[in-house]
Design a protein around this ligand. Structure first.
Ligand code: SF4
Length: 215
């Protein structure tokens, strides 16, 4: 247990997991403060600076009290904080299933091997495609997932190119239509037309609760 480690936490809450292959499951979310990117469609701008310092033990205690076995570490960009790998390890040691959503710009090698990395690869529509660290694709484990948010046809074609270029066809790929910019139906048509071996990733929480924070 890393009693001395403190992290800046924007919010914690229990909701359903809205994304990834864990979508629909109850989940305890830990949103860390701070992000090194500025995506055009960012829906968590409040996480850039809002938050308070918390000890790992306090976060663990919140996870235990939540009564759910799935925890997501998200942000912001959680890997910006030096204490995040210790938090992930502590949660894994306690037997939680841990998902770590990371924005693709930071090296993911310090994520505990028991946790699942959900690695964003930012598309051109985000304005942040140039910030990606592609070396991560070589250190992904089989259980990790790769997410692309698609804003339009150009993003979709770019994503297809990345999947082909890096030989990602057999990985766990999530294609997410950008909320309010691309209809899920259109994205499904493209996926079926191209026989892409990917999972449609809807932000389920937004369909359930609308576009508000803390859910
Ligand atoms: S990486 Fe995530 S939190 Fe950071 S700007 Fe992009 S969408 Fe927002």
């Amino acid at each position: 247990m890393d009693d001395g480690v403190r992290l800046k936490i924007c919010e914690t809450f229990v909701s359903i997991q809205g994304e990834s292959s864990y979508a629909g499951q109850p989940c305890f979310f830990v949103r860390l403060t701070g992000c090194n990117l500025r995506c055009h469609c960012c829906d968590t701008t409040y996480a850039y600076s809002e938050g308070k310092e918390m000890a790992i033990e306090d976060i663990l205690s919140g996870a235990r009290d939540s009564g759910v076995g799935l925890v997501e570490i998200t942000g912001g960009e959680p890997l910006l904080q030096k204490g995040t790998p210790a938090l992930i390890k502590s949660l894994c040691d306690e037997g939680f299933s841990v998902l770590v959503e990371t924005n693709g710009s930071m090296k993911i090698d310090l994520i505990d091997s028991r946790a699942v990395a959900i690695l964003d690869i930012k598309t051109p529509g985000s304005g942040m495609a140039e910030e990606m660290f592609y070396g991560n694709l070589e250190i992904l484990r089989p259980h990790d997932e790769i997410k692309f948010v698609i804003a339009d046809r150009a993003d979709y074609l770019w994503t297809k190119g990345v999947i082909e270029k890096f030989g990602l066809m057999d990985r766990n790929i999530l294609l997410s239509p950008s909320f309010e910019l691309l209809s899920p139906e259109v994205l499904v048509e493209w996926i079926i037309e191209d026989h892409l071996n990917v999972r449609l990733n809807l932000q389920l929480h937004k369909y359930v609760f609308g576009d508000r924070r803390g859910v």
